[in-house]
Design a binder for this molecule. Structure first.
Ligand SMILES: *Cc1c(COP(=O)(O)O)cnc(C)c1O
Length: 435
């Protein structure tokens, strides 16, 4: 796969370089120069294939020039070793539960895939690769767990002291081996500033091989396309169109679906469901893209005021609002409506949504009201309800049992290193690391 930067379509780099760089030097996002088509045989056979088998076929189509087949096979088999249930909750409504990985959120797909890819790309290098991540909560735990124990890679996570939940902290600050958690006396913005400064510091760049693992890495999109193929293969029948509702924040998950569609998967519509951070729904309605400071909501992993994958979507649709509107139905919902939905779906159908999943479900229902033709809808549930236990329990008036992944880390001791929010201290810490 050759890739260009969304800011310069005349220059190409390899997939390996794009993954290890993350962001292009010109600040653009990497995009594949051509998107291959799955062949018709794949589509007729996919309903009989497992998630891993489907993922392998898609991965092979995209990356066969970059990575040997047996490595690709190992990557999907190792990375996706957890359940991906598709639960029918109403006629024509399916919930695809993407939250059964080690950190109980869909970000595990990307983190586990990316860690194994990177590990392959750095094989034989004489230096370790050091990954720096600033986190306000969930990305840090997915990256920490995804890279845990991966040879040749050190992960350093910076999180703001006392500004994340105990559960979030325990998920990333209780690991050992190659994962170090730094508790920064400051805000999330301070953490982000420290990371950015480290990347441009010449002493550090000389000593350490640094990279980031943030949401804009092209490697994250690839596994996020697999489950669209998988769910489609399980719900499709000839009479009905298939639509996907996606709870969106930085719009990476939905971009994975758009990639699947470009590879030939006939998805009729994407419902881009947001909370009060409705920059994209507003754009689709008015044609004006107006980034805003993020608003705080109960579906906080979607509190994004300027989605980082936006340039990618614009690139995919040739900056055409009309074309984008053909594929995307926008919807945004208040916290009140989200809470009502959690309560109603529990009492009516005994199904428990987390706040993000509930936003997706609301988007699907709104689309169903709008179009009268028969469609099958899949809504993506991105987090386990136990991760947002206090909000959810309040609505359903029942205790949610913690899955073993969470209860296990709650018993472990926090191992983070406390640092002040200034660059000198952070630099000293990094310089003391072995390269
Ligand atoms: C990150 C996240 C989202 C948003 O996904 P994007 O790819 O940023 O659009 C939704 N729900 C949960 C639980 C998340 O962690």
């Amino acid at each position: 796969m050759k890739l260009y930067s969304t800011r310069n379509k005349n220059q190409f780099i390899s997939f390996e370089q794009a993954v290890l760089k993350g962001l292009a030097d010109d600040g653009g996002l990497f995009m594949p120069a051509t998107i291959p088509q799955m062949d018709s045989k794949f589509y007729t056979e996919m309903k009989n294939k497992s998630f891993q088998e489907i993922g392998f076929e898609v991965e092979k189509k995209l990356l066969m020039d970059d990575i040997p087949e047996h490595i690709l096979q190992n990557i999907v088999e190792n990375a996706f070793n957890f359940d991906i249930p598709l639960v029918k909750i109403e006629d024509n409504v399916y919930v695809l539960e993407l939250f059964h990985g080690p950190t109980l959120a869909f970000k595990d797909f990307a983190a586990r895939f990316m860690s194994r890819l990177m590990s392959y790309f750095i094989r034989g290098a004489d230096k370790k690769l050091t990954i720096l991540v600033a986190t306000s909560g969930d990305t840090g735990s997915a990256v920490a767990n995804g890279f845990y124990g991966i040879p040749g890679i050190e992960v350093i996570i910076l999180y703001p002291s006392r500004k994340i939940s105990t559960l979030q902290e325990k998920q990333m600050a209780t690991l050992d081996k190659n994962i170090t958690a730094l508790e920064i006396d400051g805000t999330f913005d301070d953490c982000q500033r420290l990371v950015k400064q480290a990347f441009v510091d010449s002493d550090l760049r000389e000593k350490l091989w640094l990279t980031s693992a943030n949401s804009i890495n092209i490697a994250r999109l690839i596994p996020q396309s697999f489950y669209y193929f998988y769910a489609f293969s399980r719900v499709a029948n000839n009479q009905k169109n298939v639509v996907f509702s996606v709870p969106c924040g930085n719009f990476g998950n939905i971009t994975g679906g758009m990639l699947a569609k470009r590879m030939g998967l006939p998805i009729t519509k994407f419902i881009a469901a947001t909370n009060a951070n409705d920059i994209v729904p507003q754009y689709l309605q008015t044609g004006a893209y107006l980034p805003q400071p993020a608003k705080k909501t109960i579906s906080n992993a979607m509190d994004v005021g300027d989605p980082s994958n936006w340039d990618r979507i614009m690139d995919l649709y040739g900056k055409s609002l009309e074309k984008l509107k053909q594929d995307v139905f926008p919807a945004s919902f208040s916290d009140e409506k989200t809470k009502d939905t959690i309560r109603q779906i529990f009492s009516g159908k005994s199904y428990v949504f987390d706040p993000h999943g509930a936003v997706g479900y609301l988007g699907l229902k709104k689309y169903f009201e709008k179009v009268k033709e028969k469609v099958v809808g899949v809504t993506l549930a991105t987090a386990h309800p136990a991760k947002f236990g206090d909000i959810v329990e309040n609505e359903i008036n029942e205790k949610i049992e913690l899955p073993p992944q969470l209860s296990a880390c709650l018993d472990k001791e926090k191992k983070s290193i406390m640092l002040p929010g200034d660059f000198e201290a952070f630099k000293d810490f990094l310089m003391s690391q072995s390269g």
